[in-house]
Design a binder for this molecule. Structure first.
Ligand code: PEP
Ligand code: MN
Length: 263
């Protein structure tokens, strides 16, 4: 179902007024994690005024250490819904547990499957039964073939609204958090009809590298970007070092808009 051979036209995923794929470009922006009502609502207003089409924010976080902030959980989902109410931006947030599918189906607009769960096949089958679009991040060390097969799991279960997200992979380089695999964009587009977006924030791990990587991703033909934005990066509970301030995000969006027609 994900193979370009049997589906030559580009797929377009529609979320509210936003369209991703088939020549339509959208930007998803927001903090790594939802931290408070003030934080998520302020960032939502800011990214909306800069032209973001969707709001991101983690409520359930896949952290390397069990002692790190794990996200606000369901109260975080409530705050995302409040931010959606205030701004009209659809919300994108990560699911980690198949038992949460019903809650996410009710409350969330785009369900993110994180890099660490790209091959959590039971989770893939469960989100495949949902009616909401799935944002499937590439695993830290997964091939294109494996990534497309994970999309196939979701599609085989009935949900054909899948957006693929390149977020950088593990390489021998330690300077950057991950290595953005720009080749993934043309390669996946040749292999599959699904939209491909890029997360330069998790690839870089450093805020100052987000813009050049975003520009490279656009040049390579991606269908959208997902970018971490925080109102107070030095005090962010997660991923502050790679988060843009709303002002830097606004500057980036001006450059993005000069290159791609936004919807
Ligand atoms: C995230 O989007 O905050 C995240 C945890 O991403 P990834 O799964 O790509 O590491
Ligand atoms: Mn993050």
């Amino acid at each position: 179902k994900a193979n370009r051979k049997f589906h030559p036209e580009d797929s377009v995923v529609t979320v509210g007024k936003a369209r991703i794929g088939g020549g339509s470009f959208s930007v998803i922006a927001g903090p790594c994690s939802v931290e408070s009502e003030e934080q998520i609502c302020a960032v939502a207003e800011d990214v909306k005024s800069s032209g973001a089409a969707l709001l991101r924010g983690g409520a359930f976080k896949p952290r390397t250490s069990p002692y790190s902030f794990q996200g606000m959980g369901t109260p975080g989902l409530d705050l995302l819904m409040e931010a959606r109410e205030k701004t009209g931006l659809p919300i994108v947030t990560e699911i980690m547990d198949p038992r949460m599918a019903e809650l996410f189906e009710r409350e969330v607009d785009v369900v993110q499957v994180g890099a660490r769960n790209m091959q959590n096949f039971e989770l893939l089958k469960e989100v495949g039964k949902m009616s909401k679009p799935i944002l499937l991040k590439r695993g830290l060390s997964n091939t294109y073939e494996e990534w497309i097969m994970s999309a196939e799991y979701i599609m085989a279960a009935g949900n054909e609204n899948v957006i693929l997200c390149e977020r950088g992979i593990r390489t021998f380089e330690t300077f950057t958090r991950n290595t953005l695999d720009v080749s993934a964009i043309p390669a996946i587009k040749q292999m599959s009809h699904l939209p491909v977006i890029v997360d330069p924030s998790h690839a870089a791990g450093m805020y100052w590298m987000v813009e050049p990587l975003a520009m490279a991703a656009i040049a390579a033909g991606c269908d959208g970007l997902i970018i971490e934005v925080h109102n107070d990066p030095p005090h962010a509970k997660c991923d502050g070092q790679q988060s843009l301030t709303p002002k830097k995000f606004d500057e980036l969006m001006k450059k993005v808009e000069a290159l791609v027609p936004m919807m």
